[in-house]
Design a protein around this ligand. Structure first.
Ligand SMILES: NC(=O)c1ccc[n+]([C@@H]2O[C@H](COP(=O)([O-])OP(=O)(O)OC[C@H]3O[C@@H](n4cnc5c(N)ncnc54)[C@H](O)[C@@H]3O)[C@@H](O)[C@H]2O)c1
Length: 365
């Protein structure tokens, strides 16, 4: 530290005193003109490439008490190393937020939790929905209900989430196209845990590499039914339960960047149309239900590394997707977690009708 301080003192002694930029008689407008007229030669000679940076740190923990609680040192400048590949936090551990930790958290972080909230997550048997369910468990949820059409995976996912978090977790084998089943299941959640505070609708399917001219209309209808009508049926049932209980709520619809852009090179008009519908539905619902204190927002992911995309037929296209993504990677399966918790929490209380794109920068190009 002493050597570092010496370096700074020496540097300041060797540095020539700064010359005034303008003679005292120069007019203000001449000064402004001169300030902005820089020749290309000057610019080249002004390329800044320091090899070290002088730093002053002022803090009560500082060792230099004599110099007013300040430390002075220099840090060397080295070329920036290439960013490491993103490692997904696919840890098996699920640590719920306990009361002791919650009570010690600053108010801002408390608001960013989902402490005490009852959360329904569709498509929670696997993939993005499953990881958002885990994140909600860690962020303080009171209870979690998974709705999914896959009996085996859904049951396993609920059992695992309960075992690892200790929280009440239930699984309802519900197809999001089935309005009656959804209504009964939501009522059951109310009976078990109280009215839901949050809905995360992640259930969805994707058809891709299908040309519009040969698209089977029955397949087209099926996809719209799951992705768009399913979002409506779930939002309607959960919204009614929130209204009946006079509870504020947050509804999060998982849409896709494909609702705002057209993907390349694969043809998938139906999927894109279904997600554009989800986004516009979410905005309309947000306006309608603001009077009930129910917020509605969409999460629109870019290309994510989930089972939905882990098919050999997509390998070649994945290379193109990555090359068109500034971060040069697909999203990890837990990359939506933070955004989901934020939108579910009271920290996003003034946010409704938003469509948040989370895509590694894909839609920038
Ligand atoms: N993976 C991506 O690249 C990506 C990108 C943008 C948007 N999305 C959207 O994110 C959501 C989740 O995708 P994922 O990658 O986790 O997919 P996934 O296939 O891994 O998981 C989807 C889950 O939804 C369930 N499901 C499907 N149809 C259902 C139905 N009719 N009723 C109830 N449950 C049903 C499945 O059983 C599964 O558990 C989907 O809405 C998808 O469109 C995914």
């Amino acid at each position: 530290m002493a050597a570092a301080a010496r370096t700074i003192r020496l540097a300041s002694r060797l540095a020539p005193a700064p010359r005034p930029l303008f003679a005292s008689g120069a007019t203000a407008s001449a000064a402004r003109r001169a300030a902005f007229s820089v020749s290309a030669r000057q610019l080249r000679s002004e390329v800044i490439k320091e090899t070290e940076i002088p730093v002053s740190v002022y803090s009560p923990d500082s060792k230099g008490v004599a110099s007013g609680n300040s430390d002075h040192f220099t840090i060397p400048v080295r070329p920036v190393p290439k960013a490491p590949e993103h490692a997904s936090e696919e840890s098996d551990e699920i640590k719920p937020l306990d009361d002791r930790v919650y009570n010690q958290m600053p108010r801002t972080l408390q608001k960013m939790s989902v402490k005490g909230k009852v959360i329904i997550i569709t498509g929670g048997a696997r993939g993005l929905g499953n990881h958002m369910a885990r994140a909600c468990a860690e962020a303080g949820a009171k209870a979690i209900a998974i709705f999914d059409a896959n009996q085996e995976l859904g049951d396993e996912a609920a059992a695992e989430l309960h075992q690892k978090s200790g929280l009440p977790v239930s699984f309802f084998k519900v197809d999001v196209r089935d309005g009656n089943a959804i209504n009964v299941a939501v009522q059951n959640v109310v009976d078990l845990y109280g009215a839901p505070d949050v809905l995360v609708n992640s259930a969805g399917i994707a058809d891709s590499n299908i040309k519009a001219e040969t698209y089977d209309p029955a397949m087209f209808r099926r996809l719209i039914d799951i992705n768009l009508t399913g979002s409506f049926l779930m939002a309607q049932a959960v919204g009614r339960a929130m209204m009946d209980a006079g509870k504020p709520g947050s509804i999060i619809l998982v849409a896709s960047m494909s609702g705002s852009i057209v993907n390349y090179p694969q043809e998938q008009s139906c999927y894109n149309a279904s997600k554009a519908g989800v986004i516009q539905f979410g905005k309309s619902l947000a306006a309608e239900w603001a009077k009930y204190n129910i917020r509605v927002n969409c999460i629109s992911p870019g290309y994510m590394d989930t089972a939905l995309n882990r098919v050999p037929a997509l390998d070649a296209q994945k290379k193109i997707w990555k090359s068109l993504t500034p971060q040069e990677r697909l999203g990890a399966v837990d990359d939506l977690n933070g955004l989901c918790v934020f939108l579910a929490s009271d920290a996003s209380g003034f946010m409704t009708g938003s469509n948040v794109i989370i895509d590694g920068g894909y839609t920038l190009y």
